[in-house]
Write a new protein. Structure first.
Length: 146
């Protein structure tokens, strides 16, 4: 399993904690930036991570900005990306089961580390439900096309 992780400056501290969590589990993450707490732009960070997923260099991704909102919006601009802001364990599970999310998003300034880890674990344990959900996911990539 390959996971890409990225954050802007608002999510940098949480990103570093998540990297440590996965390192302790023997999972290597591909860190797509940022590499400091210096100000940067979340659209650039989202693009770097999403390109890795779309190019099959990662199976899924973790994105973090101050609230999780901006980087979610940026990620969801990419056809084939389904980014979900995980604000509870139930939402984490449903993001996988119903939406087959391939990017999970957190707010570095708005979410507690322990809650984030619980949501990551719930997401990883869940499985995509397929069938009726796939029909809806297929429609996402057709939006805006005519």
């Amino acid at each position: 399993m390959k996971i890409v992780i990225a954050s802007d400056h608002g999510g940098f501290d949480l990103k570093e904690k998540i990297k440590k969590y996965y390192a302790d589990k023997g999972v290597l993450l591909d860190d797509a930036g940022t590499h400091s707490s210096d100000s940067c732009d979340y659209p650039d960070i989202a693009a770097a991570a999403c390109e890795k997923i779309l190019n099959k260099e990662a199976d899924w991704g973790i994105l973090i900005c101050g609230t999780g909102i901006g980087i979610s919006i940026a990620a969801n601009r990419f056809k084939g990306i389904r980014a979900a802001l995980l604000y509870s364990e139930d939402v984490a599970r449903l993001a996988k089961e119903h939406n087959n999310a391939n990017v999970v998003v957190f707010g570095g300034r708005t979410m507690d580390y322990a809650d984030v880890i619980a949501r990551l674990e719930a997401f990883e344990k869940a499985s995509f439900g397929g069938e009726r959900h796939q029909r809806r996911i297929d429609k996402l990539d057709l939006l805006g096309e005519e």
